[in-house]
Design a protein around this ligand. Structure first.
Ligand SMILES: [Zn+2]
Length: 465
């Protein structure tokens, strides 16, 4: 490594944010974005925090890692569980650099909790972030460092809590506190000892976007720059910009700073009741109690597990919702109450793909996109879905629950708790000229290839097979 490197990860920040009129005053972020080589970074399929950061920091696709979202399916079950650090078997960039003798630290990069105590001082220093249950759990792999950071920067804040359920002012208050603490921790670490590589991810921008995107994105159909919420949300960005500036100012001149994000953000335009649609086609049957549960939460992972709502012995295909749909056939050789024989799998896959492609959605939106995992990944490890589908080019969120009425599509309302979906493009800003392996003309640099751009170090050792 020619220079020590600091990577500042800003979750969910799209490149086009730098063109929003209010963002012109983000002087430190704009300087980093416009002062060197700037790229659109094409997120993973799916463009979701956990697989995207895992892919970026390992150089492997979500299929190779077996990480298809925030949660993944439990084998021999119809339920999904949250992915934790141990699900990422591949070495991450701080591990690989450390193995080459560099001093590395990863601060709140997703998929680092739980952290195991480090055994030697030359191992990477890890601080977890989202999914850390509370400050009482081990959030740093070095107890001495944890004690110092708590003393200097206050009680550890894992994440912005309940950001879809609490008032915007509360989300923003938490986001300010989280960002302030993480940047203070990084300054403290840099002050306390010598490093070659440090990577920080601030999840707060993602939380602010979900709670306040309609007040930030001039292209959002409900955008209103005169609302006081606009000024409040912009104030968060100014605070973030000051923290970035303060951190950069505190760095010795030899340090190189890179800005990166895992995916973008755009307006959520509506919701599609995908399992209700499969029901209308005779492919899915609800349990009586399942049909009654029309809570219709926009995000998968809340509400009742699928196994309690769907009558599987009478179901051929079903889906989990979220930013994209994971669609499963109910197979006799894989699933607890499977009904489709292996010899019929291919036929049903194409049948279900065809019905998803003709989903009854507004015709002014982009058509559905439906792929099999093996069509987008070199391998599909773990428990992949049979089909992956997104609607309205991600602007429509598929919901797994029953429809509260007869409608299969529900347009977004002005007062929805979440006005944002993830978009395909994250960003990468490098100082100076781009490395020789990367051309600025690259329309979309896949995040999987960003590992080498996060440092000047082209890996001396190829990735392990
Ligand atoms: Zn994210």
């Amino acid at each position: 490594m020619e220079q020590p490197t600091l990577v500042i990860g800003l979750d969910c920040v799209p490149p086009r944010l730098f063109d929003f009129p209010w963002a012109a005053s983000l002087i430190n972020l704009q300087a980093l974005w416009r002062g060197g080589s700037a790229f659109r970074a094409r997120s993973t399929v799916p463009p979701i925090t956990v697989p995207a950061w895992a892919s970026m920091t390992t150089g492997r696709s979500p299929g190779e890692l077996g990480l298809y979202g925030f949660r993944d399916r439990i084998p021999n079950s119809y339920n999904h569980r949250i992915n934790l650090a141990q699900r990422c078997a591949a070495p991450r960039i701080w591990d690989r650099l450390s193995a080459q003798g560099y001093r590395t630290a990863a601060v709140s990069v997703p998929l680092t909790w739980p952290v195991a105590p480090r055994e030697r001082e030359d191992e990477p220093l890890l601080i977890s972030g989202l999914l850390t249950p509370s400050h009482r759990e081990r959030w740093c792999n070095d107890d001495g460092v944890a004690a110092t950071l708590s003393a200097k920067c206050g009680q550890f804040i894992p994440d912005v809590l309940a950001y879809r359920d609490v008032p915007l002012v509360e989300v923003l208050e938490q986001a300010h506190a989280l960002t302030k603490q993480r940047f203070a921790m990084v300054r403290q670490l840099l002050h306390a000892q010598a490093w070659d590589f440090m990577m920080l991810v601030d999840i707060a921008p993602d939380r602010v976007h979900h709670a306040a995107w309609r007040y930030l994105d001039p292209a959002h159909p409900h955008f209103n720059p005169d609302a006081q919420e606009h000024a409040q949300a912009v104030a968060y960005y100014h605070a973030l910009d000051r923290e970035v500036g303060r951190l950069c100012d505190s760095l010795p001149t030899e340090w190189s700073v890179r800005i990166v994000s895992d995916h973008g953000a755009k307006a959520r335009l509506g919701a599609f009741y995908i399992n209700a649609y499969l029901e209308t086609l005779g492919l899915l049957t609800w349990k009586e109690t399942g049909r009654a549960d029309a809570s219709g939460d926009p995000q998968a992972g809340k509400g009742r597990p699928t196994s309690q709502t769907i009558d599987f012995p009478r179901t051929l295909a079903w889906a989990e919702g979220g930013y994209y749909a994971r669609v499963y056939l109910n197979l006799t050789d894989r699933d607890p109450k499977g009904v489709i024989q292996a010899r019929d799998r291919a036929r049903y896959l194409e049948e279900v793909r065809a019905v998803l492609l003709s989903a009854p959605l507004p015709t002014d939106l982009p058509a559905p996109w439906v792929v099999r995992p093996e069509e987008v990944y070199p391998q599909a490890q773990g428990n992949p879905p049979d089909l992956m589908a997104c609607f309205g080019d991600l602007s429509i969120t598929p919901l797994a629950g029953p429809s509260p009425g007869d409608a299969l599509y529900e347009p977004a309302a002005q007062d929805d708790a979440d006005s944002c979906v993830h978009d395909w493009d994250g960003l990468l800003a490098l100082p100076g000229q781009p490395p020789s392996s990367v051309t600025p003309q690259t329309a979309n640099l896949p995040v999987r290839l960003l590992t080498e751009c996060l440092t000047d170090l082209v890996p001396e050792k190829p990735l392990e097979p």
